[in-house]
Design a protein around this ligand. Structure first.
Ligand code: ADP
Ligand code: MG
Length: 508
């Protein structure tokens, strides 16, 4: 009997040991998997590092590339395009003007009534609509017929009841936010498409001619008085409100910047004369590149998989079109490293399934259980069982990717300020000490959904600006949001370049 008892006891002990071994084994394996996932995060953090030292290197590289792009055609990845806008709106603009804004996810039609004083927009009407996906890769005829139809409907609605004879010829500002080689303020040839557009028959064509022909086809009596980039429109509206505005930055689907440059600094265009002595330069900074940019394997893969590899490198690290996809790639890698996410979701393999507004929503989820993260992972990515500690990791990934983007955008802005001597270093280069150097109030107009709708992005950008410039200088640099600036600014420029005004730009 005693032997039987001992046998049972020994069996139980062996079984208990076996269970314990399995449990411990599982724990060890799970800890290892967790370590691997955390390792992916650590690697990402390291590769995305943006110390203030590194940001200052990016600032310097931006200023150097700006010089190079102004010195010769093709001298830099920065195209530094002439815009033929030499005067920015001051307030004398008066009357009704229309604008079209084409260049991102939405297409906008606008009408503004200008009061003839600074900052005096008496009325504004804006209509937005998404561009049907198939038109982004169709023909120029299809795209411009769609645009002209929308404009016609808008005009008919807006002017319903007005005597058409009292309206006279309408002036239109056309915001076209792709790289264009301008030949005058109201004409320009498309250099290339970006942001997912690809209409081959338009490359090299005059975009104003394409639009003007479509307007004629629809019987709309309207003259395209100004062809502007969205950055230029934003700068125009910024300047209309505040004369200290010297540059404009777009941080939306794509990213770009422009600023007012002295014509004598535009070396590649000898004999350029303007009444003001300056001209707005469209940097096309989305294509900026420098070895100082903190690049990860995810950026490399995203670039290789994109329709425009080796192009728009800065944009691919910063703008709303891409941030979501960088985050998706990191989460995918994590889920491939370990099954703590549950099985790898095939949805997660789909490019651009995780859009940047979703990244913002996860990043800014302050619920204790991270319910928004759980919802997005379940509904969008089809991963229904992501545990809380993994959800926390996902938030961290959003943070790392967004923080890098915002800080790089800040470095870009300081690069422009450095180029035009508004970064506070002027005191040192001119031999004066920093303390007796008087920094001028400097306003940068900003537009774009990523900046305006993503609080954490905005905060990281502001924080980096202060870190790079130092508080004393940074307090003179004001970033202002110009809502619908890209469109309203084009209407303002159409007013100041209307048929009644003479051209103030000459190429000798
Ligand atoms: P576009 O650049 O297309 O002219 P916007 O300036 O409105 O238009 O920017 C839209 C882009 O901004 C979207 O493509 C998206 O990437 C980004 N965005 C919009 N809303 C948010 C948000 N809440 N959080 C983060 N990014 C956003
Ligand atoms: Mg836009």
């Amino acid at each position: 009997m005693g032997r039987v008892m001992m046998g049972v006891a020994a069996g139980v002990a062996v079984a208990a040991c076996a269970v314990a071994t399995v449990v411990v084994g599982r724990r060890v394996r799970s800890r290892r998997k967790w370590k691997r996932v955390v390792g992916v995060l650590r690697e990402l953090e390291e590769a995305c590092e943006t110390t203030v030292g590194r940001l200052r290197q990016v600032v310097d590289a931006m200023a150097v590339e700006m010089h190079a792009g102004l010195a010769s055609e093709g001298g830099s990845k920065l195209k530094m395009l002439l815009t033929f806008v030499d005067n920015l709106p001051t307030g004398i603009e008066k009357g009704n003007c229309y604008a079209l804004d084409l260049g991102g996810t939405n297409f906008r039609v606008l009408r503004v009534k200008l009061g003839g004083q600074r900052s005096s927009i008496l009325a504004r009407d804006v209509e937005r609509q998404p561009i049907p996906q198939h038109l982004m890769t169709s023909t120029s005829g299809d795209l411009f017929d769609f645009i002209a139809s929308s404009l016609l409907q808008f005009v008919e609605k807006e002017e319903n009841g007005s005597e058409s004879s009292s309206i006279g010829r309408r002036e239109l500002g056309f915001t076209f936010s792709f790289p264009v080689k301008q030949t005058s303020v109201s004409s320009g040839l498309l250099i290339k498409w970006t942001k997912g557009f690809a209409i081959e028959d338009m490359v090299g064509k005059d975009v104003v001619e394409c639009l003007q022909q479509a307007l004629t086809r629809k019987g709309l009596d309207m003259r395209v008085a100004a062809l502007v980039n969205d950055t230029v429109g934003t700068l125009a509206l910024g300047h209309y409100h505040d004369a200290d505005t010297v540059a404009a930055v777009i941080i939306g689907t794509g990213t770009n910047a422009c600023y007012m440059e002295r014509t004598d600094a535009i070396i590649k265009c000898q004999g350029l004369l303007t009444a003001s002595g300056g001209m707005v330069v469209n940097m096309e900074w989305g294509n900026f590149w420098s070895s100082h940019l903190p690049r990860t394997s995810y950026d490399v893969d995203l670039d290789v998989d994109s329709p425009n590899p080796n192009d728009q490198g800065f944009e691919k690290m910063i703008s709303g079109m891409y941030l979501g996809d960088i985050v998706r790639r990191v989460i995918l890698r994590m889920s491939q490293e370990s099954d703590i996410f549950g099985p790898v979701s095939s949805t997660l393999l789909m490019p651009f399934i995780l859009r940047t507004p979703l990244v913002a929503a996860m990043h800014e989820d302050d619920s204790p259980e991270l319910t928004e993260v759980a919802r997005i992972m379940k509904d969008i990515v089809e991963m229904p069982d992501v545990p809380l500690k993994v959800r926390k990791l996902i938030v961290k990934v959003c943070d790392v990717v967004t923080r890098r983007a915002a800080r790089l955008a800040a470095a870009g802005i300081v690069g422009i300020l450095k180029k035009i001597g508004r970064d506070g270093s002027g005191g040192i280069t001119s031999g004066r000490s920093r303390s007796d150097f008087k920094m001028r109030r400097t306003v940068v107009a900003i537009e774009g959904g990523l900046y305006t709708s993503y609080r954490m992005f905005r905060e990281y950008l502001h924080e980096a600006l202060i870190e790079i410039l130092g508080e004393d200088i940074a307090k003179h640099v004001i970033l202002t949001v110009t809502e619908d600036g890209s469109g309203i600014g084009a209407a303002l420029l159409a007013a100041s370049h209307s048929s009644n005004n003479v051209d103030s730009v000459q190429l000798l």
